[in-house]
Design a protein around this ligand. Structure first.
Ligand code: MTE
Ligand code: MO
Length: 333
């Protein structure tokens, strides 16, 4: 188990100077005006059919932060910082892992259209000085919503480049003030079998649970996502609130969160529980640590032919490798 020194909780040595950081709300708004006519990179032609009809009683666009109020899919750049093109809005919203709805990636979008995301509250508790329940729309207003263009690498060896909108997990943690004994953050998805067909089966032990170390959650790359391509998240992508931890396999990026607890013991995540020899707590993207049933050395980028090499920590080693100094990445998979 990794020991977390207090000095690691504020990673001041992590620089915020690369493109996937901090495209702030201000610059988004300016870019939005400039690019409104073409609807954003690779998104224009197909965007109309993907209106968020599902997000029931969502705030009117005028009430949304600018970063989430785009009528058409919008992103500030056409590529990530490695010059890989963004995946299209249609791809990102129609090829989803969200087992609460279906194990069929292409069925999730349709099966989740009636999922109710308003009203929605998120309760933060456990080992914190200031436990608090937030309304989702208060979270949208309280924290500056900014764009983050990240690669998402599923443990199944496919990947996409996605322009999320959201805010750092660290911002919320600073508000609730984790106590010194808090070592992990546990996240829990909503339990709502009447709206989530998959939760009626015993496929997984619902509700879906995930966890990070406090140090991981404090890393500036770890975000809560509230939107994607400049619009509110659709249910298929985890509306109204999911996390995105881009250096880890996609299953760590838990969707439709209602509960966040600071705890002193490593949470047993849903996939660890289902298959402990296949899915560990860390789940860091690593080309040299194979899944027991397939290689992780390469991946298929959705929308591309052929395969590309998997990058250590999904290409974010510079920002996150310090979190695992001295840790055996093979044993702690
Ligand atoms: N609650 C919940 N969260 C989840 C999942 C899930 O089945 N249930 N699937 C995970 C997996 S395996 C991946 S790859 C990503 C996919 O996110 P996306 O559909 O937005 O691309 O969501 C993750 N979060
Ligand atoms: Mo995944």
């Amino acid at each position: 188990m990794v020991k977390i020194a207090p000095s690691e909780i504020t990673p001041e040595h992590v620089y915020l100077n690369r493109r996937h950081f901090m495209v702030g709300a201000g610059s988004l708004a300016v870019g939005g005006l400039a690019l409104a006519a073409c609807g954003g990179p690779r998104a224009g032609a197909q965007s109309q059919s993907a209106a968020p009809a599902a997000v029931q009683a969502a705030p009117p666009p005028g009430d949304l932060p600018e970063a989430l109020a785009h009528a058409e899919p919008y992103a500030s750049h056409a590529t990530d910082e490695l010059d890989d093109p963004l995946n299209q809005y249609e791809e990102i919203t129609n090829y989803n892992n969200f087992y609460e709805f279906s194990t069929d990636k292409e069925a999730v979008a349709k099966l989740s259209t009636d999922f109710v995301t308003r009203p929605w509250t998120v309760t933060v508790g456990g080992l914190v000085n200031n436990p608090k329940t937030y309304d989702i729309d208060d979270l949208l207003k309280k924290f500056t919503q900014e764009e983050r263009i990240y690669r998402l690498r599923c443990v199944e060896a496919w990947s996409m480049v996605i322009p999320w909108v959201g805010f750092p997990i660290a911002e919320l943690l600073k508000e609730v003030e984790p106590k010194a004994e808090a070592k992990f953050v546990k996240f829990t998805t909503v339990m709502r079998p009447e709206q989530m067909e998959g939760q009626k089966s015993r496929l997984l032990d619902w509700p879906y649970v995930e966890g990070l170390t406090v140090a991981e959650a404090m890393n500036p790359l770890a975000i809560f996502a509230t939107g994607m391509y400049g619009k509110l998240l659709l249910p298929a992508n985890g509306a109204p609130l999911r996390i995105v931890v881009p250096w880890k396999y996609g299953f760590k990026s838990i969707k439709s969160i209602v509960q966040i607890d600071l705890v002193d013991e490593m949470p047993i995540s849903t996939w660890m529980q289902a298959a402990p020899n296949e899915y560990g707590f860390y789940a860091n993207v690593n080309p040299e640590v194979n899944h027991p049933r397939w290689s992780q050395a390469s991946e298929r980028r959705i929308g591309e032919f052929g395969r590309r090499d998997t990058l250590l920590f999904n290409g974010y080693a510079e920002e996150v490798a310090y979190l695992y100094d001295g840790l055996d990445l093979r044993a702690n998979f």
